[in-house]
Design a binder for this molecule. Structure first.
Ligand code: NOJ
Length: 538
């Protein structure tokens, strides 16, 4: 097996360092706290951590507003701590990728300060300026709930500056070769420290051109190919993961021609359809989106996810579907944000263990590498009374002590309130009690991860639907070399008996997850599937 393709077999774990574990009891998670919890992550079965931005930042967008690309936010620790984290992670066979924010900086970044202070500064051209706010008017607004325009007025220098996200995040000007070179330098800095790659933020928006939506432009792809070339030549084995919230046909170009752009890309459009299909109790939406998902080349891979640190985005659904999703999953308007839903996995699935595990069965068995969002492995709740996306970024709940084992700081100094409602509070939901209970969600997730890891077919195999008349069943086969795995998911809340024609084979098929055997008789596999049951048969 080709081990340079490690990311195809890997299980990823997305961590917000500030939320994970606080080692110095100032109320904010930090890198040393992360080091203390590496064994936990390893035990869960994770192969690669993805760290949300840890750079110095005024934290107007939780670190996606960077004020220095070459350091660590002092609240999270020091560069030495970061190096130790890498060392300790690598010792345990864990890899670490980090967020790389190419598109913009904070308005507090020295480049932007210099740029606005003096129109003749060499940094002026690091950003995109205009006398008119009517330029590039075909570009949509992404943060619809807060921003009225992609142009912000700079009083100081009396021109508009371009920003695709918050007004406090001016976009960098990629038409300037100096900016292109700077960002390669930034990458080198972290790669030299030993990071295993980057989750590249907001990649569709790097360039602007009049008369276009300023997304997915050829110029953007050309620069991204430069980045890949740079990695291939100087840091082989490190990976690039694209955050491009686009339809499959628009994501495909991010994998490049013959694999010369990103190694991996998030599969945004399938994510809401997993929720839809569970709610509608049939596979139709999944079949539709898989039909629109082109096969990738051998070195490329989808990154699959259910939830992340942002709102559950509904950009990749029709307007009608969006309305339906909002009604079903976000009945309270406070649960909605921009074009999405700001809730966590467990509350979205009614805190129903079977539904959550069914969603995980899809996450872990459809083509791609899965990403788990911290806390979802124990079914953490959310807090919709908090601002923006903070409600899904609350402290990790380690035990039932007053600060949930997250920190020893008094609760008023913890960066966000720990969830404390009757269903998802630290007493009801925490790592310790779930580790002690073999029937907990944590154990189910852990078993699933460990089962998946024994079979490369999940990460590398071909995918094909199994012909099954009953639409409540999502059944497919994953094949890699001589490995064949039949996956059956009963999407519905009722029992279903299905019969699948199959060639007789001498021995039984065995469920990887439970060890139970299933026999093919008279060239037919007959399965009685209980509500929301899933089977992974080898
Ligand atoms: C995407 C990130 O996931 C989100 O959290 C952030 O606000 C925007 N990019 C802007 O960087």
């Amino acid at each position: 097996m080709d081990h340079t393709l490690w990311y195809k077999d890997a299980v990823f774990y997305e961590v917000y360092v500030r939320a994970f574990h606080d080692s110095d009891n100032d109320g904010h998670g930090d890198l040393r706290g992360m080091i203390e919890k590496l064994d936990y992550v390893k035990e869960l079965g994770v192969d690669c951590l993805w760290l949300l931005p840890i750079y110095p930042s005024p934290l107007k967008d939780d670190g996606y507003d960077i004020s220095n690309f070459y350091d660590v936010h002092p609240t999270y620790g020091t560069l030495d701590d970061f190096e130790e984290l890498l060392e300790e992670a690598h010792k345990r066979g864990l890899r670490v990728i980090m967020d790389l924010v190419l598109n913009h900086t904070s308005n507090m970044h020295p480049w932007f300060r210099a740029a606005r202070a003096n129109r003749n500064s060499i940094f002026r051209d690091y950003y995109v300026w205009s006398d008119s706010s009517l330029k590039y008017r075909d570009a949509r607004i992404i943060f619809l709930d807060t921003e009225e325009s992609n142009w912000g007025w700079d009083k100081k220098s009396e021109q508009y500056y371009w920003h695709r996200f918050y007004a406090s995040q001016p976009d960098l000007n990629y038409d300037n070769p100096a900016v292109q070179a700077e960002m390669l330098k930034v990458m080198s800095f972290w790669l030299d420290l030993g990071v295993d790659g980057f989750r590249a933020d907001a990649v569709p928006y790097l360039f602007e051109r009049e008369g276009t939506g300023c997304e997915n432009l050829p110029e953007t792809h050309a620069y991204l190919k430069e980045i890949r070339k740079f990695i291939n030549e100087r840091y082989p084995g490190r990976i690039l993961l694209a955050e491009a919230n686009q339809w499959p046909e628009d994501i495909i170009p991010y994998f490049g021609d013959g694999g010369d752009e990103f190694h991996m890309g998030f599969h945004f459009p399938i994510m809401p359809r997993i929720f839809m299909s569970i709610r509608k109790e049939h596979r139709t939406q999944l079949v539709w989106i898989m039909g629109r998902t082109p096969a990738l080349t051998e070195t490329n891979q989808w990154c699959m996810f259910l939830r992340n640190h942002d709102e559950l985005t509904l950009e990749m659904v029709t307007e009608e579907e969006r309305e339906w999703m909002w009604q079903e999953f976000a009945p309270d308007p406070r649960m909605r944000l921009n074009l999405g839903i700001r809730r966590r996995l467990a509350p979205l699935l009614d805190n129903d263990h079977r539904k959550i595990m069914l969603a995980n069965s899809l996450l872990f068995s459809l083509p791609g590498s899965p990403v788990i969002y911290y806390g979802d492995e124990i079914g953490m709740g959310d807090n919709i009374s908090l601002h923006d996306r903070n409600g899904v970024r609350t402290p990790m709940q380690w035990d039932d002590s007053s600060s949930a084992g997250f920190s020893k700081a008094p609760s008023q100094s913890v960066y966000l309130p720990i969830i404390d409602d009757d269903t998802y509070g630290r007493k009801q939901v925490n790592v310790k009690s779930q580790q002690d209970n073999p029937y907990s969600l944590w154990h189910s997730v852990r078993n699933m991860i460990h089962a998946r890891k024994k079979y490369p077919a999940f990460g590398r195999g071909d995918f094909q639907w199994i012909d099954c008349e009953n639409e409540a069943i999502a059944a497919y086969v994953r094949t890699y070399e001589d490995q064949v795995i039949y996956v059956f998911n009963n999407m519905s809340a009722s029992e279903h008996v299905i019969s699948i024609p199959m060639q007789d084979i001498p021995g039984p098929l065995t469920d990887i997850l439970t060890g139970k055997d299933y026999y093919i008789q008279d060239q037919t596999l007959t399965l009685k599937m209980s509500p929301r049951q899933y089977l992974w048969l080898v």
